[in-house]
Design a protein around this ligand. Structure first.
Ligand code: SAH
Length: 584
């Protein structure tokens, strides 16, 4: 097996094939065009790889009888005659994906790669940490460092630890030792960090420090600005990492401070003296206390503001420059500890196009994804290379919630995933029960089963409706029955979750009997099994039919919607009228 066999039958195809042969004289060779099917088959068995200028369909049809195990199929790339696309058709992971890129370099086509792990690209470095406010100190090394990450070279990642960043592939890791790194990715607010000679280093500036400022009335912007710059320089802190200036609220209109901040593009945050009074500082002053009612302005305001921006009130900020003075001003610098991030993500009922773009973005944003194995299998191909996946089995809800929160507490960006909406009979509430103020929490809504089902059935939720879970695993049946009764008396349309299992086989029947006491027995009932998943089945029925055996079709993969007394079936569709009288 040797070389790349290139096959083309039309004049345009042959011209493009010729360009490949010219570009790779030692590798590529044309294979006979007289009997293309035979030539293609021969190339597939004899060559190390094949570039076919036949359509994908034609190529696959000819080769189909020869296809074996995916690990030993010859890589095949198909290119259209217009050389717009180079499609990796067979053997993606053992050559075709790369070949599609190489072909594209020569022909100016677009590589089309459809194998799962290659469709989600590595987190792009030019926007790494962008949503956290990171800026690049110097874009210069971007291309070299990016190439090192993509080529799998050892890249040391420094200082990213506590920032909830997106993942990078395994070769980019904090443990790569000095001397072995081909490149360095550094997250640092320090100006003095040296670089290893000859090792390209990409430095991100995180928004990690706050400058606290105090001044006498009328102190000029120049004086304040010079003091701030000097304080940062002496502390070795990069001005690009400054989030803003903090001070006491009686300085809210102090023009010198405001102008110095404005010139540097920073915001000013002010705190009441009483709040600053609570902050412990290394250099309190009785003179200051007598004047403004707190013994420290610069140090206390810097610490306070950094702590709020980071890990919640009063905790986690450190002073990196103690108070410095000029004639009429004081300045100090505090560094915050960033907060981890927990995204609670609803994946929708099943089908990929019923997950929101935001849910997909959050999955790619996370460096740790926690969830039930069956849901994670649904989305594994969406995760960026380097994402750590923590799976658990059915029933271990508390453990899953705790794991997700603990991971976020270490500073990581964590996504806790659930089907439908993660807040509906799912993981959001146990997770938020554990989560403290020391992590950020973001909820991403998903389409819940009842909403997906209602759209298949018609419009059963057109008026007031209620959700009831019939699972008495965590709720006593008396409580559930009381709610079903209230729903019956209130004449709500009702969506039953967890309706029926092998062990819990009478609850749905009982609930329907209660409803039947308050609404007609021909009230429509719709039930949908496996909404938007393989085997989806939507069924229309009535309370009466359900009680006469229809419940047998219902299991734990089913959601059941029972109409109100106003619901009807119109042309086979479930409709609950809106019930308002429009005034003309
Ligand atoms: N968080 C989920 C609900 C979890 S409770 C959501 O928002 O959809 C589990 C119950 O939800 C199941 O017993 C079933 O009643 C319902 N359910 C969830 N996904 C479903 C689907 N794809 N098809 C039908 N019912 C579903």
């Amino acid at each position: 097996m040797s070389g790349i066999g290139v096959i083309a039958v039309t004049a345009r195809g042959r011209a493009a094939a010729e360009r490949l042969v010219e570009a790779w004289p030692d590798e590529a060779r044309p294979v006979g065009a007289d009997r293309p099917a035979d030539a293609l088959r021969a190339a597939f068995t004899e060559c190390a790889a094949v570039v076919s200028f036949l359509a994908v369909g034609a190529t696959v049809r000819v080769l189909a009888p020869l296809l074996g195990d995916k690990t030993d199929d010859t890589p095949v790339v198909c290119v259209d005659e217009g050389t717009r696309h180079a499609v990796a058709v067979l053997g993606g992971h053992h050559g075709a994906n790369d070949l599609a890129h190489r072909v594209s370099e020569v022909l100016g086509s677009h590589p089309v790669v459809t194998t799962a792990s290659d469709t989600v690209s590595v987190t792009p470095l030019d926007s790494y940490g962008h949503d956290l406010g990171f800026t690049l100190a110097d874009r210069g090394p971007l291309a070299t460092v990016g190439a090192a990450v993509l080529s799998g070279d050892p890249v040391r990642v420094e200082g990213a630890g506590e920032w909830p960043l997106p993942p990078l592939p395994g070769n980019a890791d904090p443990s790569v030792p000095t001397g072995r790194a081909s490149a360095v990715i550094r997250v640092s607010d320090r100006t003095g960090d040296g670089a290893e000679p000859g090792v390209p280093t990409l430095t991100y500036r995180p928004p990690s420090v706050v400058v606290g400022v105090g001044s006498a009335r009328g102190a000029g912007a120049d004086e304040v600005g010079r003091l701030v710059d000097r304080t940062l320089a002496e502390a070795g802190v990069a001005p690009d990492s400054v989030r803003g200036i903090a001070t006491v609220d009686i300085k809210a209109d102090e023009e010198g401070i405001l102008a110095a901040a404005r010139e540097r593009g920073w915001e000013v945050t002010c705190y009441p003296a009483a709040d600053l009074n609570e902050v412990r500082v290394p250099n309190p002053s009785e003179t200051v206390r007598a004047e403004v009612g707190t013994p420290s302005v610069a140090e206390a305001a810097a610490l306070r503001c950094a702590a709020e921006a980071g890990r919640g009130l009063g905790a986690g900020a450190e002073l990196v420059a103690a108070k410095r003075k000029s004639g009429n001003a004081t300045a100090a610098v505090a560094r915050l500890r960033p907060r981890g991030r927990l995204a609670v993500v609803g994946l929708g009922p099943g089908a990929r196009d019923q997950a929101t773009p935001r849910a997909v973005a959050e999955l790619r944003r996370a460096s740790v994804v926690v969830g039930l194995d069956q849901y994670l299998d649904q989305v594994r191909d969406l995760l960026r290379p380097g994402t750590r996946v923590v799976v658990s089995g059915l029933g271990q809800e508390e453990e899953r919630a705790r794991t997700a929160v603990e991971e976020a507490r270490t500073g990581a960006a964590v996504a806790l995933v659930g089907s439908g909406d993660a807040g509906v009979y799912a993981m959001a509430s146990p997770a938020l029960d554990f989560a403290g103020a020391d992590i950020d929490v973001v909820g991403v809504p998903g389409i819940t089963a009842a909403v997906a089902a209602s759209n298949l059935l018609g419009a059963p939720l057109g008026h007031d409706h209620a959700y009831v879970s019939l699972s008495d695993l965590h709720t006593p049946w008396e409580a559930i029955e009381r709610r079903v009764r209230a729903v019956a008396e209130g004449d709500f349309t009702v969506c039953f979750y967890n309706p029926r299992s092998k062990k819990r086989d009478w609850q749905l029947t009982r609930a329907l009997e209660i409803l039947a006491e308050h609404r007609p027995s021909d009230t429509p009932v719709g039930h949908v099994r496996q909404v938007s998943r393989e085997g989806e089945r939507a069924t229309m029925s009535t309370i009466q039919e359900m009680l006469a055996g229809g419940v047998e079709e219902v299991d734990m993969f089913t959601v059941v919607i029972v109409g109100s007394s106003a619901s009807r079936t119109v042309a086979g569709r479930f409709v609950t009228p809106r019930g308002y009288r429009w005034r003309g």
